[in-house]
Design a protein around this ligand. Structure first.
Ligand code: ATP
Ligand code: MG
Length: 391
């Protein structure tokens, strides 16, 4: 008899299922799970605050697990053997699937009251069976290396499992609305997408490029970053906006040390317009206080003051090392360090102003035809990664 898991049990929700939102959260999570498993054959089953993924090719098990561990809102996962309830067979399966060494306990949940034995008795029998077959195991009800669990359901099916794999936690993607991320090719902004995604935000990205100073490979990089984030933020999308004309105009008419501040103000304005179009309720940046000249309190004030939408800066209090650690964990780090020019490095001034005064910035900027420049940039916007790439 095979003891290969034929079902993935998905636990979710203890925290976010408060109140009347249960149906809403559940249906979002189901949609996200199905999106995560796109391209894989499986059957989805919902039952009493658990989900099951069944009927998959055993060769796909690890792929399914690795995709599901990135879906926000999932608390934990267990690969399980689903069989028709039969205590003798359950004992055999338990013995075959569990590790051959270490201390263990057996926990039985018996929803099926037609079975005359009590949960404790059944657990003791299964435990005895496991010991008999592999004497190197030891029972310890309190300090155990693994817990062999048996769920006996009312519908005549039982689930046997011992592994509990932590899920991505967080809130189901989409339950907190949409926000527009300014995505550079750097290390920080992809991590900002991940952190907001974890709080249930669907992320739309905008990237500003400076053709011909930046290459097609630099754009490839942001597309790859977006796709690396998709397992976490399933309906992420990317729009790219030409920025060279704006940079020329600033370069020509404004003092060099204000170049970055004024560029950032244009980025924020354009991002806000695109955000309104895409029904986003906020902007997101990868800024971290004091990291560079453009991220001092005064610089942030100067860029923040051109938009009305809330601006989320999920990394504001993070050290670079912490950000890098997350970037490595989610797989964006290796893409971010590819050595292509970013639009901001093209016209980089030698001495950027560190504490820009808003009144001064506004005075320099007034030499530009702000509206015309914005309109032209937006007219050149192009979707590079769509929310539904599979379609
Ligand atoms: P990152 O690693 O995210 O690039 P950084 O430390 O390099 O951050 P800056 O280059 O000062 O910092 O950028 C600050 C923020 O401005 C970025 O996190 C991003 O949100 C936004 N940004 C910068 N350049 C671009 C760009 N070319 N397109 C879109 N957003 C950008
Ligand atoms: Mg950068």
């Amino acid at each position: 008899m095979a003891a290969e898991p034929n079902t993935i049990l998905i636990r979710y929700g203890e925290l976010f299922l408060k109140g009347n939102n249960r149906y809403y959260f559940e249906s979002l999570l189901i949609k996200n799970i199905k999106a995560a498993l796109f391209g894989i054959r499986f059957k989805f089953v919902k039952s009493q605050s658990r989900f099951f993924v069944e009927d998959f090719d055993p060769a796909d098990k690890n792929l399914i697990l690795s995709r599901l561990t990135k879906v926000f809102g999932i608390h934990s996962l267990s690969p399980a053997v689903k069989i028709r309830t039969d205590l003798k067979k359950i004992g055999e399966i338990a013995s075959m699937m569990a590790p051959e060494q270490g201390t263990f306990r057996v926990t039985v949940r018996r929803a099926d009251k037609k079975i005359p034995k009590k949960s404790m008795e059944i657990a003791a029998e299964i435990g005895g069976d496991m010991l008999e077959r592999v004497p190197a195991r030891k029972v310890d009800l309190f300090r155990y290396d693994f817990e062999l669990c048996v769920d006996i359901r009312e519908d005549g099916w039982s689930y046997v499992f011992y592994e509990v794999i932590p899920g991505a936690q967080g809130l189901p993607s989409g339950c907190s609305g949409r926000a527009m991320l300014l995505l550079s090719g750097g290390i920080d902004s992809p991590v900002a997408a991940y952190k907001m995604g974890r709080r249930g935000v669907t992320v739309c990205c905008v990237h500003f490029h400076s053709f011909p100073y930046t290459s097609e490979l630099a754009l490839r990089k942001v597309v790859d970053l977006t796709e690396m984030l998709r397992p976490y933020v399933p309906f992420i999308e990317l729009t790219v906006v030409p920025f060279t004309k704006i940079q020329y105009a600033i370069h020509e008419h404004c003092p060099q040390e204000f170049m970055i501040t004024i560029m950032r103000r244009f980025m924020m304005r354009i991002a806000e317009r695109l955000a309104q179009d895409k029904k986003c309720g906020a902007l997101i940046t990868g800024e971290s206080l004091g990291q560079v000249a453009s991220q001092t309190m005064e610089s942030i004030n100067a860029t923040n003051s051109v938009v009305k939408m809330p601006v989320f800066r999920p990394l504001i209090g993070n050290d670079k090392e912490e950000i890098i650690e997350i970037a490595k964990k989610i797989g964006t780090f290796d893409i971010s360090i590819r050595p292509y020019e970013d639009c901001c490095t093209v016209f980089l001034p030698k001495n950027p102003v560190i504490h820009p005064k808003l009144s001064e910035v506004e005075r320099y900027e007034s030499k530009l035809d702000i509206e015309a420049l914005i309109a032209e940039a937006i007219a050149g916007a192009e979707v590079r990664s769509a929310a539904f790439p599979a379609e």
